[in-house]
Design a protein around this ligand. Structure first.
Ligand SMILES: Cc1ncc(COP(=O)(O)O)c(C=O)c1O
Length: 417
């Protein structure tokens, strides 16, 4: 008879971890029975009927793929689907980029933007010169950055980014901290549509950020989760990345197709490394690619096929790609209309406070400036679900609920007076 078993993992050594705050909020929203409820928490696009939107360009690509007589379910290469990777590369750095012309770039398909941020973090934490540098994140930033970089052993530091007083960028604060960061530090930058604030540097400010990064020998790592989604223009949303490459920076890029192609659950993304120009660049890129292959193999072996095939058709088929650009304008246009409607609603109600930032911020999110207690009142009294920082996903608003939301905000703002 065997003695009765006992788990090695016990309550003593496995502490209960807190639920992910965002997914906790989604669950609370789902179990709310009110027909007035609004979900402004998760960054996913919704159409004007509050429904998920499969982009028409993506639908076309899916149909083409399903009809492909060569369709199979073989493993992809470790670096991913070549025609996807090449197209993703051209999209992110520009087809005419010196990085491509001079073979100074290597790219790996990843588990969407999250996987790309992770792969980049893993690479930099292992191979940047010792002592392993810290990574500087904007304050605030996407909630998961901290966890991902912690997991790969990078020390986390912050640079100021947003002034809650002016509801604009704290540009001087940012420049001052970057100016005193130890050389070699990694600087995580949001390429466009900063999450959560919706506030981006101007072109002139990007120039100044580049200057301080060069002067202080820092390492720029761009997180690009919203290309084309922010302004509706793929090129406009990529100004910063192209600017840095044109000025000869070594850099890393995490690219996501979740938002701009609506491929959230398919997990389509890429990580790109670009070496500085110079005679040794190609050798560095080859070495980096060889190490990325080892990291990728040990973590996911090879990336998934379906989403990459769809994205590849969208990017490589001229007609479908033009349709996609139209879809991008549809999404960013609807979000901008919601910004206007919300601002108008608050103006009409003469809600106390300044609300100009609602229309001056861009992209998926708006940092409303509402306090934690106002956010909680919105949830309890008005069935409006948003994260405690006061960030809202603009895509959760539509012509049917934007007035209701403005009234709800008006009520909690007045109650706090
Ligand atoms: C700034 C930023 N980076 C990365 C991601 C990763 O997204 P995904 O893994 O869905 O591509 C997100 C998603 O919200 C984001 O906002």
């Amino acid at each position: 008879m065997l003695s009765s078993p006992e788990s090695a993992l016990s309550a003593k050594n496995v502490p209960q971890a807190p639920e992910d705050p965002l997914y906790g909020l989604v669950n609370a929203y789902l179990s709310d029975k009110s027909d007035k409820k609004i979900d402004l928490s998760v960054g996913v696009y919704r159409d004007d009927n509050a429904k998920p939107w499969v982009l028409p360009a993506v639908q076309k690509a899916e149909q083409l793929y399903q009809c492909d007589p060569d369709l199979d379910h073989e493993y992809l290469p470790i670096a991913g689907l070549p025609e996807f990777i090449n197209a993703a590369q051209r999209l992110i750095v520009g087809a005419d980029s010196p990085a491509i012309r001079e073979s100074r770039i290597c790219s790996f398909q990843t588990i969407s933007g999250t996987g790309a941020v992770h792969l980049g973090g893993a690479l930099l934490s292992r191979f940047l010169p010792l002592p392993t540098p810290a990574i500087y994140l904007s304050s605030p930033t996407w909630a998961i950055h901290d966890q991902i970089f912690n997991n790969v052993g990078l020390a986390i530091k912050e640079y100021p980014y947003f002034s809650s007083k002016t509801k604009m960028m704290d540009f001087d604060g940012m420049i001052s901290v970057l100016g005193s960061a130890p050389p070699g530090s990694i600087i995580l930058l949001h390429a466009c549509a900063h999450n959560p604030t919706g506030v981006d540097p101007t072109h002139d400010q990007w120039g100044k950020i580049a200057k301080i990064i060069r002067a202080n020998r820092l390492f720029p790592f761009f997180d690009c989760a919203y290309q084309g989604f922010a302004s509706g223009s793929l090129a406009q949303d990529n100004f910063a990345i192209r600017y840095f490459i044109d000025h000869g920076f070594e850099l890393a890029i995490a690219q996501s197709f979740s938002k701009n192609m609506g491929l959230y659950g398919q997990r389509v993304g890429a990580f790109h490394y670009i070496a500085c120009p110079g005679s040794g660049a190609q050798e560095i890129v080859e070495r980096v690619a060889s190490q990325l292959a080892i990291l990728q193999r040990s973590e996911i072996s090879t990336p998934p096929l379906f989403g990459a095939k769809i994205a590849s058709i969208v990017l490589n088929d001229k007609e479908i790609c033009a349709d996609w650009e139209k879809d991008l304008r549809t999404m960013s246009g609807r979000i901008n209309t919601m910004r206007e409607s919300l601002k108008q609603g608050l103006d009409q109600l003469q809600t106390p406070g300044q609300w100009g930032h609602i229309t001056s911020q861009i992209g998926m999110f708006s940092f409303t400036g509402l306090s934690k207690s106002q956010v909680l009142s919105l949830r309890e009294k008005w069935h409006v679900y948003m994260v405690e920082t006061g960030r809202i996903s603009m895509a959760g608003l539509n012509s049917g609920n934007v007035r209701y939301f403005a009234e709800a905000v008006d009520d909690v703002v007045r109650a706090a007076k």
